[in-house]
Ligand binder design. Structure first.
Ligand code: URA
Ligand code: SF4
Length: 207
């Protein structure tokens, strides 16, 4: 069920949150943005410098690459919902610590419940590990599992999880850009399949 009012409330809570030490060094928390009725959510790691300054996710160089990948499969940023597993910037862009992910991830769970997407794309190791382990899968290496499709359940919602690389990793590595493009083509196919299913049951107006 889509519950947009809860999403606005969540954003307000996140902006005021002091549940982990990252609140002390942030300029702005970055709750996430996009269509509250999105059928697809993208989940990154944590805000970087530009995101911390603007309070918006994926607005730097990695964000431009993500936006291009999204547009190349026929979607717009406004169609999807984009967020991170950790909502405040770790100092010097270090990796988020397990205890920070633990403190912050209930917000992500609530966002997922609220938006109820059909597809989640995790960008990089941290969000992938979080969602796979929560669903009883082992996680080892993003390079081994990217582009695969996992059936997961968050609350009552059945979701297809498609892990891919973090776009920041591809900024200086054309081989990784190629991998991202291939994974995004799989994502496009899954969206098409869902579109066809929904047509059958008369929900085509959403597509
Ligand atoms: N990297 C991320 O993981 N998230 C952002 O929002 C920006 C860069
Ligand atoms: Fe709260 Fe998450 Fe920010 Fe930590 S990272 S202060 S848990 S919003």
């Amino acid at each position: 069920m889509k519950n947009c009012r809860e999403l606005v409330k969540l954003e307000e809570e996140i902006k005021k949150c002091t549940k982990c030490p990252l609140h002390a060094s942030r300029k702005n928390a970055v709750p996430g943005e996009g269509n509250p009725e999105a059928i697809i959510m993208f989940i990154g790691e944590a805000p970087g410098r530009n995101e911390d300054l603007e309070g918006r996710p994926f607005v730097g160089a990695a964000g431009r690459l993500l936006t291009n990948l999204i547009e190349n499969i026929g979607l717009r940023r406004e169609d999807v919902y984009i967020t991170n597993v950790v909502k405040c910037r770790p100092p010097n862009n270090r990796d988020p610590k397990p205890e920070e992910i633990k403190a912050c991830s209930p917000y992500l769970d609530r966002q997922i419940n609220c938006i109820a997407p059909r597809i989640i794309v995790t960008l990089g190791r941290h969000s992938t590990k979080y969602l796979l382990e929560k669903n009883g899968y082992n996680f080892r290496s993003i390079l081994k599992i990217h582009g695969k499709i996992y059936n997961i359940k968050i609350g009552y919602i059945d979701i297809k999880l498609i892990p891919t690389l973090h776009p920041a990793a591809a900024l200086y590595n054309p081989r990784f850009v190629k991998i991202l493009e291939e994974d995004f083509n799989r994502i496009k196919n899954e969206i098409r399949k869902i579109g066809k299913e929904e047509e059958k049951i008369g929900l085509e107006k959403f597509f």
